[in-house]
Design a protein around this ligand. Structure first.
Ligand code: PSU
Ligand code: MN
Length: 308
């Protein structure tokens, strides 16, 4: 496969792929930019442990010293967590630059999907994906996660997109890109911190086996596009979810009043929401990522057994 020689695949990931065993890809921007140290390192380790405990091999993906790594050992995980925002947030378009300059890149959903696909991994777990920003119809600020989903056959397990984005337009864009969207045990598209966005999803799946069959059909047909499997935030955290949601509304008002625009909007909103909820948003974020990892591992196991 083109590009595969340029990847460094961790020994346990390599072995699993060779034997057709279950593997789950994990992104690294969530570690470097999505959470503060040391919660980021602890969460990354716990997520990997959940994947292992449920029968799959975790492959956290990042570019270290210019080398795209498929699977990180504990030392590399710690290095990335400590680098934090000093690592470059790396989307698809940034990959050649980070590799050519031997930089350290924390991969977003788009770059992680690209590398997972090159390595032959079909299941990928994250917290939330990027989307169409509010006023995206004017600014054209649309995450490359959405176009990657249209062109790369990897299934992304996530809790949907945050309501700081424009969720209906995000779903329209995904439809245009031909991305299959399925919701787990519901017909609602989740809004990250809450289980409901008010938007419906055409396909409902009720078991890891259902998910595995959907992934298998997509691959067998050679559609070439990716899919989004959404999982609502666990019930224990959805109460704080609604509190966080109202903080998001307050933060949006404040951003408007203070004339915060463009790329400054998202960091402003997230910082404000964290402050307003006194850390509840971080706890909810960690809980939903772990919940996604649990399902993702089960899907990868079901998918591997379909292939035997
Ligand atoms: N959404 C979240 N948490 C995250 C991200 C998105 O709820 O950590 C990260 C992911 O790595 C995602 C990226 O791929 O942000 C999207 O960034 P952008 O909007 O710049 O494409
Ligand atoms: Mn953007």
């Amino acid at each position: 496969m083109a590009g595969r020689n340029h990847l460094k695949v961790a020994p346990d990931v390599h072995r699993a792929l060779l034997h057709g065993d279950a593997v789950v890809a994990l992104e690294s921007t969530i570690i470097s930019h999505g959470m503060p140290y040391p919660e980021n390192l602890q969460t990354a380790r716990e997520v990997e442990a959940i994947v292992r405990d449920n029968g799959a091999i975790p492959a956290t993906i990042a570019i270290l010293d210019g080398v795209p790594c498929i699977g990180l050992d504990d030392e590399q995980l710690e290095r990335l967590a400590k680098l934090g925002k000093k690592a470059q947030k790396t989307a698809r378009r940034d990959i050649p630059h980070i590799v050519a300059t031997r930089g350290n890149g924390a991969t977003t959903v788009s770059a992680t999907m690209f590398f997972a696909s090159k390595a032959g991994i079909h299941v990928f777990v994250t917290g939330g994906i990027g989307g169409v920003h509010r006023h995206g119809e004017k600014t054209m600020d649309i995450s490359s996660d959405l176009t990657e989903l249209g062109r790369t056959p990897v299934a992304v397990v996530s809790a949907g997109v945050k309501s700081i984005l424009d969720i209906p337009r995000t779903l329209e864009f995904l439809e245009t890109q031909g991305v299959t969207i399925a919701a787990y045990k519901t017909h609602e598209f989740p809004a990250f911190f809450t289980e409901s966005s008010g938007c419906k999803v055409p396909c409902r799946l009720d078991s890891p086996e259902d998910c595995a069959r959907l992934i298998n059909a997509n691959l067998n047909l050679g559609l070439g596009s990716g899919m989004l499997i959404t999982v609502p935030i666990p019930k224990d955290y959805s109460a704080s979810g609604y509190m966080i949601e109202s903080a998001i509304q307050t933060a949006l008002e404040e951003a408007k009043n203070m004339n915060v625009i463009g790329n400054d909007v998202t960091p402003f909103l997230l910082a404000k929401v964290n402050e307003l909820t006194r850390g509840a948003s971080l706890a909810a974020n960690i809980a939903l990522v772990k919940n996604n990892a649990l399902l993702g591992a089960k899907i990868a196991v079901a998918f591997a057994s379909l292939k035997r």
